[in-house]
Ligand binder design. Structure first.
Ligand code: AMP
Length: 594
């Protein structure tokens, strides 16, 4: 897209959001008439395509319901007889949350076309706010391809991001617009890949105008990686020789082409990195950066404080909401604070329905949505895109040309406003990610909020909570909540790396603060001793990196990796438990409401 074409993208956004109802109805009509004869739809609609019949007869399903159909396609049966008429080009590996096993989502040429249209709209919006960064310089985007999985049908299953990296148009623009050479993105060893992508970002520091990755956790992780490895990186830049442990031939080839001895640059980077505080380090190292482009909402909100510390006032742009199942929202105000971000659903991507959630969403002092319990309204059916109500929370359902019909994506959103006739929403959390050790259920949003309040107590001690996750420990009765915390000093020196200097009093206060912040049912159960005291287990620095490595070996895509807010897997728990350096318990029952 030429820079001056961006106005047509903005115009298209206005048209789409104005004609949302009509576009949605048309889209549903097309999906149904194309696929009415498939085994799946035939069973409910008997060849008919009427919207009301669709709503009456087609059941609302989860992935588990569709899995037998999808598995048959993956095993070689013709997809057109089973779920969808359009030929498949492969499957997308959806993480949903990275804690679960990836799901296989059918992918067609049409879904790829929808993604391309979205990219055009997104780019138009970015040009409006930041000018055309393609003309200004390069993006240092941390990108990690994940190997494809070949299904027995011969169709490949790939992470959506990996498919994008492999596209011919991406390959063509990569050298001009991105700092990472192709080989580093496809390097199968993520540590070597990360090292090289940072190295190439450093040597092109004068050209870098945007820094990012899909999720904020990856950006924070890369800065922490730089914090541990800058001396070695500088030495590589000084000598023009890449470290011996980088054994990947693609990375070495890329280095042989681009890495030249540069004493002056190495000294400059050394100067910047050796300063005591790493506050604003991104701006210092990459002075032309205009913004950090990365998803900062939902589970990623926990990384924003650290990212803000590193980026020294650069805008954090949480530009879009997207999932492998095809739902897409765009942030029309990319300059707003991460906690205020709302996404506008695009009506031309999938047919949306919204299942309302019984409990009202409560917005807390930090403008974050908190849900106490998430059960659906039984009396009302799902509503269409344009009929959602302001302030109401919903679970998102999609019907798409990819063979998903009234499919529960598992995301909960809250309607915050409208752009023309199209709703805007705040991302609340995943539906089924919850802690529970008795009858109580604690949502991802609850945990997020409780941690946000407790971690503020670390501030006066000069400590930062860098990562956390949680676990419902029912190995003893009553069960209790365990929250794993990775903590580091603010100023970069690692004196209390081993946790000995952690003030037990403050840590106990953190435990109590979390309990005080949790929902009514939790506090009531605690008072009645149906739940034991909440425990914080402080883990060694680097633990969450090992956790990520574990999930990556289990099939999670590094580009799409999100630290699970709750841990369910035994092995993951072992990784955390084997690195615990201190344990603290809440010394009192939580404060009860009057
Ligand atoms: P995947 O299926 O691996 O593509 O992951 C998609 C999931 O990531 C979504 O269903 C959401 O749960 C989460 N996600 C995607 N975009 C955002 C966003 N902007 N804010 C919060 N969570 C998001």
């Amino acid at each position: 897209m030429a820079t001056n074409d961006y106005e047509s993208g903005l115009k298209m956004l206005e048209e789409l959001t104005t004609d949302a109802q009509q576009i949605q109805d048309q889209l549903l009509g097309e999906i149904l008439s194309k696929n009415a004869e498939t085994e799946y739809l035939q069973g409910f609609l008997h060849g008919q395509t009427d919207k009301q019949l669709f709503k009456k007869n087609v059941p609302i399903v989860t992935y588990e319901h569709l899995k037998p159909y999808i598995d048959r396609i993956a095993n070689g049966e013709a997809s057109s007889d089973i779920l969808l008429v359009e030929p498949l080009i492969g499957f997308s590996l959806s993480s949903g949350t990275s804690g679960g096993l990836p799901k296989l989502i059918p992918t067609t040429a049409e879904s790829a076309h929808i993604t391309a249209t979205f990219n055009k709209l997104y780019r138009s919006l970015m040009i409006k706010h930041f000018g055309d960064i393609n003309q200004a310089g390069k993006r240092m985007e941390l990108m990690f391809a994940k190997p494809d999985v070949e299904t027995p049908s011969g169709l490949k299953a790939s992470a959506v991001s990996t498919r994008a990296f492999k596209g011919s148009s991406f390959k063509a623009i990569l050298p001009k617009l991105y700092s990472s050479p192709f080989e580093t993105i496809f390097c199968p060893d993520t540590k070597q890949s990360m090292y090289c992508q940072i190295l190439f970002g450093l040597i092109q520091r004068d050209e870098v105008v945007m820094i990012g990755s899909i999720f904020a956790s990856t950006v924070v992780r890369s800065i922490k990686f730089l914090e541990s490895n800058w001396k070695e990186l500088c030495s590589n830049i000084k000598t023009g020789q890449i470290s011996e442990w980088i054994t990947d031939s693609g990375c070495r080839n890329a280095a042989s082409l681009m890495l030249k001895p540069n004493l002056e640059l190495a000294d400059l980077i050394e100067d910047v990195c050796s300063c005591k505080s790493w506050e604003g380090i991104i701006r210092k190292l990459w002075p032309k950066t205009k913004y950090i482009g990365t998803v900062c909402t939902g589970a990623m909100l926990q990384y924003t404080a650290e990212l803000e510390f590193y980026c020294g006032g650069l805008p954090l742009v949480s530009g879009f909401y997207a999932c492998s199942e095809g739902a897409v929202g765009i942030n029309l105000e990319p300059l707003c604070k991460p906690s205020d971000v709302s996404y506008t659903f695009l009506p031309n991507t999938v047919y949306y329905e919204f299942l309302s959630i019984k409990e009202d969403c409560v917005t807390d002092s930090q403008n974050q949505v908190q849900l106490n319990a998430m059960s659906h309204h039984e009396d009302t059916g799902p509503v269409d895109l344009v009929n959602v109500k302001l302030g109401q929370c919903y679970e998102v359902l999609v019907t798409s040309s990819m063979g998903l019909y009234r499919y529960r994506v598992g995301d909960i959103i809250k309607v915050t406003g409208f752009h023309n006739n199209t709703p805007q929403f705040q991302f609340v959390g995943r539906q089924n990610v919850a802690l529970g050790v008795d009858m109580e259920r604690t949502s991802e949003a609850d945990i997020l909020k409780a941690v946000a309040e407790a971690k503020a107590l670390l501030d006066p001690l000069g400590l930062i909570l860098t990562e956390y996750t949680s676990y419902g420990d029912t190995s003893s009765t009553p069960g209790h909540y365990v929250i794993f915390w990775e903590i580091k000093p603010k100023e970069g020196n690692n004196n209390n790396k081993n946790g000995k200097e952690l003030d037990p009093k403050v840590m106990e206060q953190c435990c109590s603060k979390m309990e005080d912040s949790l929902h009514f049912t939790y506090r009531m159960y605690r008072k009645e001793n149906m739940i034991a005291a909440l425990e914080i287990r402080v883990v060694k620095q680097g633990t969450f990196e090992s956790l990520m490595d574990y999930f990556v070996t289990k099939g999670a895509s590094l580009s799409q990796y999100k630290t699970p807010i709750c841990i369910k897997s035994k092995e993951a728990l072992n990784i955390l438990d084997s690195r615990v350096i201190a344990k603290f318990f809440s010394p009192r029952t939580p404060i009860q409401d009057n």
